[in-house]
Design a protein around this ligand. Structure first.
Ligand code: SAM
Length: 239
């Protein structure tokens, strides 16, 4: 998969995509992250990309023309259609379902705003969807782009050393993940639950499902309202 990021701070995006699972996915050629700076698509000596907002008030707005040219250049790269996402606090909330849908695309373009945002006309004509990473306002779209690249990158086939781990993570089956334990078995903070040491795989699966259901009930009951148990989980709980 290829992700093109349009940003005034390309170094930040490149550096954040160079580490951990996403960095490894890039090394393994499962993911390619490229950055484009709209300042490179300006004509004036000051490389102007923003101007005051019409109607008065504080703040600057990212101009149409440098972004239009940047998007044109991104589209000219022969890597398939570039689905364009504008990172915005006004967008649809990023969820694991949205991440999975975007991760299945061959190509994605992320547009990072700054200042008061982007001229509305550019958004209307060039953007396919707007996505928010939460109900708070960041000073720029770069952190949101980094979040999306990470969440999408780890879902690329072969990015995680154990493919099963993404399937067991929170949200992938509509529930929060169960708790995890490692060495030592006994500690001043408590013991590892005995069932996890029993070697009884059916009992372990049942315990994990119950824990996941309990946690989701306590912490995110809204998720339970949207989920019905699959056949295997129902059978496991009936045992
Ligand atoms: N005036 C805008 C508003 O109130 O909707 C906020 C602009 S914000 C200061 C600058 C840029 O940060 C936005 O254009 C967007 O790209 C990015 N941004 C801020 N909060 C975000 C969020 N929650 N999710 C995704 N992007 C965000």
């Amino acid at each position: 998969m290829r992700i093109d990021v349009i940003t005034l701070f390309p170094d930040f995006v490149r550096q954040s995509a160079a580490v951990g699972v996403v960095g490894r996915a890039q090394q393994r050629k499962l993911l390619q992250v490229e950055t484009w700076n709209p300042r490179d698509f300006t004509d004036d000596p000051h490389r102007t990309v923003d101007h005051r907002t019409f109607g008065g008030g504080p703040g600057m707005v990212l101009l149409i023309e440098p972004l239009r040219r940047t998007l044109q250049a991104v589209r000219e790269v022969e890597a398939g259609p570039a689905h364009v996402v504008y990172l915005s606090p006004q967008g649809a909330r990023l969820t694991q379902d949205r991440v999975s849908r975007l991760a299945a695309m061959p190509r994605l373009t992320l547009l990072c705003g700054r200042y008061e945002g982007v001229d509305e006309r550019l958004l209307t004509h060039e953007v396919d969807e707007e996505i928010s990473i939460g109900d708070y306002v960041l000073s720029g779209g770069e952190l949101a782009a980094a979040v999306m690249i990470d969440a999408i990158g780890r879902l690329q086939d072969g990015a995680l050393n154990d493919a099963q781990s993404a399937q067991q993570d929170s949200f992938s089956d509509g529930l929060l993940d169960c708790p995890h334990y490692s060495r030592p078995v006994q500690d001043a903070f408590g013991d590892v639950p005995a069932v996890l040491l029993s070697g009884d795989h059916a009992a372990i699966r049942r315990w994990r499902l119950k824990q996941a259901l309990g946690r989701t009930w306590l912490r995110r009951p809204d998720l339970l309202a949207r989920r019905s148990l699959d056949k295997e989980s129902r059978a496991l709980l009936d045992e």
